[in-house]
Write a new protein. Structure first.
Length: 136
């Protein structure tokens, strides 16, 4: 009986661990951008949301933005990035432009302990912290 309970607990851990790993992927995740190319973000902090079917979006300090992404084998390709065209203070616009230009193209990415890093081919790094869905 005791070995059956232990085996059941091990199986439950493996199954739940598999579910947890699934939830920790990029799809259906939301992030707050903390840094781009070594520059700390100022409020309002940009967001990244990886949505189903390869869609990306969020708030880029001033404007809403969107685009397409494909993530595979530690690489993320972002394309067709668009943004609304509201005017904002120069500091917000500069921060927004830094995010949008750093995202576009094919980049390396990694997720560790609730932190997402996206390393652009040009050496710019985006660092973001995971937030609960719907909280960005």
């Amino acid at each position: 009986m005791k070995s059956t309970m232990i085996a059941g607990a091990v199986l439950a851990t493996l199954v739940l661990g598999g579910c947890q790993k699934e939830e920790l992927g990029l799809e259906n995740s939301a992030w707050l951008v903390e840094e781009i190319a070594g520059n700390k973000m100022q409020a309002p902090v940009p967001t990244l949301e990886f949505r189903p079917e390869g869609r990306l979006g969020g708030k880029a300090s001033c404007n809403n933005y969107g685009g397409a992404y494909k993530a595979e084998d530690g690489k993320i390709a972002v394309s067709n990035v668009f943004a609304t065209k509201m005017a904002c203070p120069a500091t917000q616009m500069a921060q927004e432009q830094a995010l949008l230009s750093a995202l576009e193209g094919e980049n390396a990415y990694a997720m560790t302990d609730g932190t997402l890093t996206i390393d652009g081919a040009d050496g710019r790094r985006i660092v973001a912290r995971r937030v609960a869905a719907g909280k960005s």
